[in-house]
Write a protein that binds this ligand. Structure first.
Ligand SMILES: Nc1ncnc2c1ncn2[C@@H]1O[C@H](COP(=O)(O)OP(=O)(O)OP(=O)(O)O)[C@@H](O)[C@H]1O
Length: 291
């Protein structure tokens, strides 16, 4: 068996040396061939395609944050190669949501030894952009933009951007059309979630990553104090579950927004938009799941 590991060396701030050594040790113990590909941030999609064609792996395992996982996922859509994920990013929202161990060595143990796969749904925005975990418009998307452009990262930077983004985001009015129903809503943020948790620990719905559905979560009000507390403890966004009380579960949706708003997918800023289509790609990829 051949395993291609695609690792983003710029993701997160964890030391992954021991995890890399563990991969070498497991290769000897379990008898598989492996290759590392390190992303560069430039033309990585092509580099992954080249590796897939040249190395022809039986499995592909991505190490990084949500952005890296999504990039690998979008490159194996037509190939149905079992896909594993290692939470080597900073927030690791998706890996956390599906229960992969957060410690890098434990994650390697669990994912490399995994023998079963489970169908993983993905989301597609505007028939163009793939999403593995979460896209949103409004406050959080503006934070993603500001945070990625700021040199001074860390907790204080987070709190600063959270307050600024919250103040800068007006009350938005949206029309959400699903095949079943049309909704008129207002709020400060709409999140489109594939998994059932938003970042670390917040439970937004009973959805799973393979139910053929996604959740649209409207944040009707802003609990800034609890958001700041959450951020200062976990570098994570909103932890007050009441903020995600308004949830629609569907397979596709067309969203019109009263004005152009900031938009992000899996931690990557996508620009401004006043119209989105979202649909689920059911069972798009076989996901390796730890026993
Ligand atoms: N070698 C590299 N140097 C700099 N940037 C890189 C490199 N490789 C990939 N990238 C960029 O990293 C981003 C993806 O980062 P990713 O989301 O995986 O990590 P993260 O931001 O640390 O994690 P999280 O989503 O968990 O907060 C993409 O924008 C990609 O272009």
């Amino acid at each position: 068996m051949k395993i291609l590991f695609v690792i983003n060396p710029a993701s997160g701030n964890k030391n992954i040396d021991k995890a890399i050594l563990r991969i070498h040790a497991l290769a000897v113990e379990l008898g598989f061939d492996f290759k590392f590909m390190y992303t560069t941030g430039v033309d990585d999609d092509n580099a992954i395609q080249e590796q897939l064609n040249a190395y022809k792996p039986d499995r592909i395992i991505a190490g990084g944050g949500d952005g890296t996982l999504q990039m690998v996922a979008r490159n194996i859509l037509d190939r149905k190669i079992p896909f594993g994920i290692l939470p080597f990013g900073s927030a690791n929202g998706f890996a956390t949501a599906i229960g992969i161990p957060t410690n890098p060595v434990d994650a390697v143990e669990a994912v490399v030894r995994a023998e079963r796969t489970h169908p993983l749904d993905l989301l597609k925005f505007n028939d163009k952009h793939l999403c593995i975990h979460l896209g949103d418009i409004g406050i959080n998307a503006l934070m993603v933009k500001e945070y990625s452009e700021d040199e001074s990262r860390g907790m204080l930077g987070y709190a600063k951007h959270l307050i600024a983004s919250t103040q800068a985001t007006p009350l938005l009015h949206y029309t959400i059309k699903t095949p079943e129903q049309e909704y008129n809503k207002e709020g400060y943020m709409l999140a489109f979630a594939n998994a059932h948790k938003y970042g670390t620990g917040i439970h937004i719905s009973e959805g799973s990553v393979s139910d053929g559905k996604f959740e649209i979560c409207n944040v009707e009000r802003i609990a800034l104090d609890s958001a700041i507390k959450a951020g200062l403890t976990a570098l994570n966004m909103f932890i007050d579950k009441d903020m995600f009380a308004d949830v629609i579960c569907c397979r596709e949706a067309d969203i019109r927004i009263s004005e152009k708003v900031h938009f992000q997918i899996d931690g990557e800023y996508m620009g401004m938009t006043d119209h989105l289509t979202v649909r689920i790609l059911a069972s798009a990829i076989p996901l390796l799941i730890p026993s």
